[in-house]
Each structure stands twice: as structure tokens, then as C-alpha cells.
Ligand binder design. Structure first.
Ligand code: VGL
Ligand code: ZN
Length: 209
């Protein structure tokens, strides 16, 4: 497949926090860095996302006395998985992996900076209302197809893909360039939700990248 001016690659959260040794490690998370570097070379338009929480963020289990990571609690906007403290603004955990090598990336979307609302998706906070501005940015640049890769498949990648579809973009997840967390069946559910929404799922080999 050829990629051009109307295509964008969205690289989700390739930060130390999601790598082995990070505060919210995704198994095999570091394996996708060289794969994403290779794929990105085919895209002139690349957007990076960066999970970017203030200390004391409400998605952190440590903020809720008596709770532990991976508990699920109701919040005003729906059920929230509680996480270990991760990707706190300005910390090493929040930095991009040093081997990520896409200097021509054009935009970095930071998300999760509202203290009381999580934001898995690059398009909207978890309240499904507060936009990041990404949909308008892509539309203004006449981008119609987005390709999503990164971490984690079942949270930030899936929510980004689903919101991208809801915003009217053609969306493909490049599956070998993602890794999942899998909390309480979240990985199977994410793939099922994405399929039902019309998100395409391909390997980089099938896309010829
Ligand atoms: C993510 C959980 C919490 C992700 C971010 O990048 O998938 N998951 N914050
Ligand atoms: Zn987070």
C-alpha cells in the first residue's frame, strides 16, 4: 500500500512508562519501537501521543484510599480502571523511548492532563466529550486515513481507533506494531469493539511496510 499526503500514522504512547521497567509496563512494549520506526519511514504525516498526567491523577490507584492498581471503580464518566502512578508530567516515565526515531513527526498530542478525567484516546478524554483538537487538525490537513500503532492495544490504541472511526476517518490498526495489557478480558473486547466499528486490522507485512 502507498501512503501519501492524505494519510497519517498515529504513534500511541511509546513512553518509558509503558516499557518493561516502567511504572505501567506493557509486556513486550519495547519490541514495537523498531517496528514503528520502520513503518513510520513510509509516512510523511506522523502524530505522536504522550500520556501526560499530573501527580495525584484520579486514574491512579494511589489517589483512592483502600484501592489497588487494576481495580475498577465508577467515575462520573463511566467505569475507570485504576492504574499504578505512571507517566507523570516531566518525569522519565513520561518521556518517549530514546530509540523512537521519527524526527519528522509533526504533532505531539498530550493527553490525560485533566486531573479528574482519564484520556486513553488521542481524540477525546474518557468523558467522550472533551476534545484534544486532533480531529480538527487532521481534517484541516485533509487527512482521511489514519493508521494506528503503539501501546497499549486494548486501551489507548483501541480508544484512539474507535474515536477516529466515530470522527469519520478510515482507520487501520497495525497489529504487530502494538502490544496489549489485557485486564479482565480487555484485549479480546477491544478487538471485537474495533471490528464492530469498522476499524481495519492488518499486519505491517500485509500493508507492505
Ligand atoms: C494507557 C492505561 C493508562 C495506554 C495509558 O497508553 O494504553 N493505559 N494510561
Ligand atoms: Zn495513563
Amino acid at each position: 500500500m502507498k501512503f501519501g499526503a492524505h494519510d497519517a500514522l498515529i504513534v500511541v504512547d511509546l513512553q518509558y512508562g509503558f516499557m518493561p521497567g516502567g511504572h505501567l509496563p506493557v509486556p513486550g512494549g519495547d519490541e514495537v519501537v523498531p517496528i514503528v520506526n520502520r513503518i513510520a519511514r513510509q509516512f510523511e504525516n506522523v502524530v505522536l501521543t504522550q500520556d501526560w498526567h499530573p501527580a495525584g491523577h484520579w486514574s491512579f490507584a494511589s489517589t483512592h484510599p483502600g484501592r489497588k492498581p487494576y481495580d475498577i471503580v465508577p467515575m462520573a464518566y463511566g467505569d475507570q480502571v485504576l492504574w499504578p502512578d505512571h507517566c507523570v508530567q516531566g518525569t522519565h516515565d513520561a518521556e518517549f523511548h530514546a530509540d523512537l526515531d521519527i524526527p519528522w513527526a509533526q504533532l505531539i498530542i498530550r493527553k490525560g492532563y485533566h486531573i479528574a478525567v482519564d484520556s486513553y484516546s488521542a481524540f477525546h478524554a474518557a468523558d467522550r466529550k472533551t476534545p484534544t483538537g486532533l480531529a480538527s487538525y487532521l481534517r484541516e490537513r485533509s487527512i482521511g486515513r489514519v493508521f494506528v500503532c503503539g501501546l497499549a492495544t486494548d486501551f489507548c490504541v483501541a480508544w484512539t481507533a474507535l474515536d477516529g472511526r466515530a470522527a469519520g476517518f478510515d482507520v487501520t490498526v497495525i497489529e504487530d506494531a502494538c502490544r496489549g495489557i489485557d485486564v479482565a478480558g480487555s484485549l479480546d473486547k477491544a478487538w471485537a469493539d474495533m471490528a464492530a466499528a469498522g476499524v481495519e486490522r492488518h499486519s505491517s507485512a500485509a500493508l507492505g511496510v
